[in-house]
Design a protein around this ligand. Structure first.
Ligand code: BES
Ligand code: MN
Ligand code: MN
Length: 482
């Protein structure tokens, strides 16, 4: 006799087309959180998700964030009370409905908010995919969870299959989750009832290689401007007489790394643990090829670059970095203009690990810059946002349940991986509520996250739906609150 979860899995298979259509509808809403122009779309995307969740029987609220005079994007908060008999953990599912900006828009093969289902390009990897902004980050992945909830409701009539669950969908993840910490603190009473957080916003080890991510890096993101003369100058009359702010800024930023590509800012490495020997061996066993990854971005093996003494995977998962994300100043229009600009700017960010703290790292960087101020110049320094790193225990009952769900969904053992990316909520939940997170994600390395032609393969969507359905089944089998 087919068990309950078998019936849910068949429902998901039969309704996959409808589920993908629902995803396409959500993707048509341009919920770009960083640009105030799209505030209305962010609200619509939140309401859309709330509607979907209500159809699965959840009690849902769309709650404002931030101060009333300058509101942030809303949070969608859903609740499934769990059946009277349920004794397993109360899971908090977190996802984000906001997306990154679409530029450069001319590089998209189809408009970013007119999502399409496309076959793979000739000669490329096979597999139908959904192409559009947010396809994999994160609407598509959130949908795999929401469709599993829908399947349980349709098949069993029980909300979330009888599991006790809270769903929190954020609309500011891509712009630094600036109002989330306050929201979590303000709603501590409700959220601290949850035992563990589940997030589907990461990647797999590869096609057909499901993975659980047990750590993400933190982030400190800054914007800096170096002001020099009080006006733009003719570079013929002034060249050779004043320090060009662009030149000064690039000279200074060029000192951020030493000859071994280590960050030179004093105190930067405080709280950075060494790479654990057991982890190092486990990662070697994953047989990841740095050369293959580089080939995927059009570079030869010789282009491998980074902190000396660490492999590529160690540098991505276990070491902090400093990056320049943007730099501008002076004349950038068509043709030539001989100018020494009055100022120059850059966006500089740091990926963090271990006990590094975003606010402290931004502060160290600013002190380091001030110590290098050219005579008569001044800095304008802004700490834009940050997120703490998070490393999670891999031997919890929840993590093991997720591992079994992935194995049942795919037929293969889930790899335990980390990610170099950042998902600020995990650190906040840890610090504010002592809550751990399980990252069970379904993206692929070549999904073009944040880039033109972002995609989510149907195969990955299917695995996500199945894995979430089976995770619920595993929770139902865990009849003890840990
Ligand atoms: N989902 C990503 C992070 C991610 C991607 C983790 C792939 C693991 C694998 C998330 O939406 C993201 O883009 N985070 C930002 C941080 C945020 C504070 C802007 C990041 O990592 O840059
Ligand atoms: Mn994301
Ligand atoms: Mn993202």
């Amino acid at each position: 006799m087919a068990t309950q979860v078998d019936k849910v899995l068949s429902w998901l298979a039969q309704n996959e087309g409808a589920g993908v259509d629902r995803l396409l509808e959500w993707l048509r809403i341009a919920s770009i959180s960083t640009d105030a122009k799209y505030a209305g779309d962010c609200k619509r995307a939140a309401e859309w998700a709330a509607g979907h969740m209500r159809q699965s029987g959840l009690e849902v609220e769309v709650l404002p964030t931030g101060p009333a005079e300058k509101p942030g994007h809303p949070v969608v908060l859903g609740h499934a009370p769990g059946s009277a008999a349920y004794r397993g953990p109360h899971v908090l599912f977190y996802g984000h409905y906001d997306v990154q900006p679409v530029d450069p828009v001319e590089l998209w093969d189809s408009p970013p908010f007119e999502p399409v289902i496309r076959e793979a390009a000739a000669g490329g990897v096979p597999g139908r995919r959904v192409v559009g902004r947010g396809a994999v980050d994160d609407k598509g992945q959130v949908m795999t969870f929401l469709e599993a909830l829908r399947g349980y409701k349709e098949v069993t009539g029980a909300v979330a299959g009888g599991v006790k669950m809270t769903v929190l969908l954020e609309g500011e993840e891509e712009s630094g989750s600036v109002h989330l910490d306050d929201f979590i603190r303000a709603n501590k009473g409700r959220l601290q009832a949850c035992d563990v957080c589940l997030i589907s916003d990461t990647g797999m080890l590869g096609r057909g290689k499901p993975a659980i991510t047990y750590g993400v890096r933190g982030l400190a993101y800054t914007q800096i401007t170096l002001h020099g003369p009080d006006q733009d100058l003719h570079s013929g009359l002034w060249g050779g007489r004043v320090y060009n702010p662009i030149l000064a800024l690039t000279h200074i930023l060029a000192q951020m790394h030493d000859g071994e590509n280590r960050v030179t800012i004093p105190g930067f490495y405080d709280g950075v643990p060494g790479v654990d020997a057991r982890e190092r061996r486990a990662w070697e066993g994953l047989n990841m090829s740095a050369a293959e990854s580089l080939a995927g971005i059009g570079l030869p093996a010789g282009a491998d670059w980074g902190e000396k003494g660490y492999s590529a995977v160690e540098r991505e998962w276990a070491r902090p970095t400093a990056e320049i994300n943007g730099i501008w100043g002076g004349y950038t229009g068509a043709g030539a203009k001989t100018v020494i600009p009055s100022h120059a700017s850059a966006k500089v960010s740091f990926r963090l690990v271990g006990d590094q703290q975003p606010g402290r790292v931004a502060g160290l960087f600013f002190e380091w810059l001030k110590a290098r101020t050219p005579a008569g110049f001044r800095w304008e320094l802004t700490d834009l946002h940050g997120g703490y790193p998070a490393t999670l225990p891999i031997d919890s009952v929840h993590m093991e349940a997720a591992g079994r769900a992935l194995k049942r969904a795919s037929g293969v053992d889930a790899a335990m991986i980390k990610s170099g990316g950042s998902i600020p909520v995990a650190g906040t939940l840890k610090r504010e509520l002592g809550m751990s997170t399980i990252f069970m994600g379904f993206g692929l390395d070549d999904d073009r996250v944040h880039s033109p032609n972002e995609k989510f393969e149907i195969e990955c969507f299917r695995l996500g739906c199945r894995s979430h359905a089976l995770f619920i089944d595993e929770l139902l089998a865990l009849q003890q609150v840990p």
